[in-house]
Design a protein around this ligand. Structure first.
Ligand code: AMP
Length: 390
């Protein structure tokens, strides 16, 4: 059983919450507050329970050095400006300044620490750093799903260092959906896998073959599959060294009776993101590259998706950042938003921004906040920084 924040008595306690405030920042301003909004439920619960709430996060990759381009003060300012709740900021995450700032808090106050990755010890899960980081707290809460696949001081070390610990609401929700997908998905179960490289997603595809009934392939990786099947793919992005991997995927899928489906047509161009041309055949002419799936593929994928009870989607169907090659990805988002009887889970990264851009995020059962974390959850069936809370 995963212990969750609601199981703990937080009143009069000093509570460290590892949040994921790794938000995009442009011109010293937060440009997308999704991750802040996702963390609100846990923060407000702890605050309203009468705890001193101390938030820790990383922002960007300052590589273990204090670099104010990555200061979390912008997040504290944003939270105050938006009046989500009152928050104070301290410009360190360990040491006497933090100790004094915590002493000065009233119960029910919230304090944000400076970027944890200003110290090298954070990403190394260094024991001394963990001891300094955890020195002041009674309770540890992990609500940073997006970094729960990384054994860092604040995500893993502290969970061992502080005896009383639990998952926040966001981690609880993510774990619930991914556990259900891995352990007891409703069938038929379709997995849609797209994006750039097979090599990045091979672990996930292998695990999905164990649980899903059909796999729909899109994105650049479809061309490696098509080439393996002797179709011509023109100048499309192909991983020639992944052919053996593809062979093994087909072997395993055969054994498990899982069908692997590839695009039937494409939107192609004579150069990367040049003028779009419809290619209504599976084979792509020489000198053209596939940059999106075409209408026939969308229709075929729709037929396969309609009866499904569980759908997992990770990775775009094409170069959706460019309007000319976004239609396949947006069409899939639209189809998924209309599947009334299915639990649809969109796992991280580009597919999440596609669902948002398509304006259908409120119709999706679960949109994961973690790209890498969601892939590792599916691949390994668990994440270290969640296991350590169990
Ligand atoms: P991933 O991070 O592996 O999910 O890959 C996402 C990236 O794959 C996006 O930036 C897409 O533009 C890119 N992508 C998708 N389809 C293609 C394609 N047919 N050719 C080149 N890049 C693609």
């Amino acid at each position: 059983m995963l212990k969750v924040i609601k199981d703990l008595d937080l009143k009069g306690k000093k509570v460290f919450i590892r949040v994921d405030f790794n938000v995009p920042v442009k011109d010293c301003k937060v440009s997308d507050d999704t991750r802040i909004v996702e963390a609100l439920e846990t923060i407000l619960y702890a605050k309203n329970s009468g705890a001193k709430v101390i938030l820790g996060s990383h922002l960007g990759r300052p590589k273990g050095e204090k670099n104010l381009d990555y200061t979390l003060k912008v997040v504290a300012d944003y939270i105050n400006e938006k009046k989500f709740f009152d928050i104070k900021f301290v410009d360190d995450c360990i040491g006497v300044d933090v100790e004094h700032a915590i002493e000065a808090m009233n119960y029910g106050d919230v304090l944000l620490l400076e970027n944890l990755r200003f110290y090298k010890g954070e990403e190394k899960n260094d024991k001394d750093f963990t001891a300094q980081l955890g020195a002041f707290y009674d309770v540890y809460i992990n609500d940073a799903f997006g970094t729960s696949h990384r054994k860092h001081s604040s995500t893993y070390g502290l969970a061992e260092f502080i005896k009383i610990k639990a998952a926040g609401f966001l981690v609880e929700k993510e774990a619930k959906y991914f556990d259900a997908i891995i352990k007891s998905p409703a069938h038929p179960f379709a997995a849609i896998v797209g994006g750039a490289k097979i090599s990045d997603k091979i672990g996930v595809i292998n695990s999905l073959i164990d649980v899903a009934d059909i796999i729909l392939i899109g994105g650049a990786m479809a061309y490696t599959f098509l080439k393996y099947n002797d179709y011509s793919v023109g100048t499309s992005m192909v991983e020639d060294d992944a052919m053996d991997t593809v062979r093994k995927i087909y072997e395993k899928a055969d054994q498990k009776n899982v069908s692997i489906n590839l695009p039937l047509d494409h939107i192609v161009s004579d150069k990367f993101c040049g003028d779009p041309v419809i290619c209504s055949e599976i084979s792509i002419p020489d000198n053209y590259m596939g940059l999106d799936i075409g209408e026939r593929s969308v229709a075929a994928y729709k037929e396969l998706l309609l009866p499904c009870k569980t759908v997992l989607w990770n990775g775009p169907m094409g170069v959706f950042e460019s309007d000319a090659y976004a239609k396949g990805t947006f069409s899939i988002a639209d189809i998924l938003s209309k599947l009334d009887n299915a639990t649809v889970i969109v796992g991280g990264g580009d597919s999440v921004s596609a669902v948002k851009k398509a304006g259908v995020s409120d119709k999706i059962a679960h949109i994961s906040t973690g790209g890498g974390a969601s892939l590792e959850y599916i691949e390994f069936g668990k994440l270290p920084c969640i296991e350590v809370l169990r």
